[in-house]
Design a protein around this ligand. Structure first.
Ligand code: MEV
Length: 321
């Protein structure tokens, strides 16, 4: 195995349909890829330095994750990831230059940090001609996510590398059958929020109220299990209803804000089967399910009128065949 002049890697965004937050405590979650929102990374060895990681923003997309550009070479999550890559693949440690072109808005629950870390792992594997299988990729991305977020469930880590919807629980992912006659519309509220803050605020609440925690996990798991059944039977209306149920649960636990609540209300008012916030909450994106009777353009327009700064669509028949 020899070193190449450069290595490239890419990954994509994700949206969580069911089970965010509960998944951190071992309950199941369902996530879909958002393939059109991508990050690409170009990796090279930096002969002028002996070690460290330098990140350059390719500048064409949205900025690289804040903490990467802010702290540059000293970003702990990135340093940990690169160091662990060298150890795990028995590669001699080197100084690395990364050029990152990230088109995934950060802080919107779209998995930008996990996708960036995944793209770095692939780029390093390519640069040093090292095979990085799914298990090693998961472990490496999780080391970076752990430094950045504390206790990531791993759902973002897997979903940002999966071309198909996934069911995820306790570190185990399965491809999910999804053949709905509809389209998921994702709308960005424009409000940035850190997953780590949402996760730690909820944890604080749970620590003070174990019964509330048990209730949240039980209800989330029940909604997700029912949704998986509905997905398997292509019941669009029922899937949408479960989304709205999950939204109510997340709202009860303080994870909604006025901007995302407004988007959910607008999506349902325009005829979507259901809608909910997606990811950590306290800002970020909502995901709505439009059935065939409701033109996607009308849904996107309604969401923009309600304050969305951007929308993206993902077909709801994305299963592996
Ligand atoms: C973030 O996209 C999803 C959360 O459940 C956190 C996690 O799973 O690590 C809020």
């Amino acid at each position: 195995m020899s070193e190449h002049e450069f290595g490239v890697g890419s990954a994509h965004a994700k949206a969580i349909l069911f089970g965010e937050h509960a998944v951190v405590y071992g309950a199941p979650a369902v996530a879909i890829p958002v393939p059109q929102l991508r990050v690409s990374v170009l990796a090279r060895c930096a002969p002028e330095r002996s070690n460290g990681v330098r990140v350059t923003d390719a500048g064409a997309g949205v900025p690289v994750p804040d903490r990467w550009s802010r702290t540059g070479a000293d970003d702990p999550a990135l340093r940990e990831l690169v160091t662990n890559f060298f150890v795990a693949t028995e590669t001699r440690s080197r100084a690395i230059d990364l050029t990152v072109d990230c088109r995934i808005p950060p802080g919107r629950g779209l998995g930008s940090s996990a996708a960036c870390a995944r793209a770095v792992v692939y780029a390093l594997g390519d640069l040093f001609d090292r095979p990085v299988d799914a298990r090693l990729t998961f472990d490496l991305v999780q080391t970076a996510e752990r430094v950045a977020h504390g206790s990531p469930s791993g759902v973002d880590t897997v979903a940002t590398g999966s071309a198909v919807p996934i069911w995820f629980q306790g570190g185990v992912a399965k491809e999910l059958v999804m053949d709905l006659d509809g389209v998921f519309v994702i709308a960005d509220s424009g409000v940035s929020s850190a997953t780590s803050v949402a996760v730690s605020e909820l944890r604080r609440r749970f620590d003070g109220d174990p019964a509330a925690k048990a209730g949240f996990l039980e209800r989330s798991a029940r909604i997700t299990a029912a949704a998986v059944e509905d997905l398997a039977h292509a019941r669009v209306g029922a899937v949408g209803h479960r989304m709205t149920e999950n939204q109510a649960l997340l709202g009860e636990f303080g994870l909604g804000i006025a901007e995302t609540d407004r988007l959910v209300t607008a999506a349902v008012a325009v005829g979507c089967a259901g809608a909910k916030l997606s990811g950590g909450g306290l800002g970020g994106c909502v995901v709505a399910l439009a059935d065939v009777a409701h033109p996607v353009e009308a849904v996107e327009t309604a969401l923009r009128v309600a304050g969305a700064v951007a929308t993206w669509t993902v077909p709801a028949d994305l299963s592996a065949r």
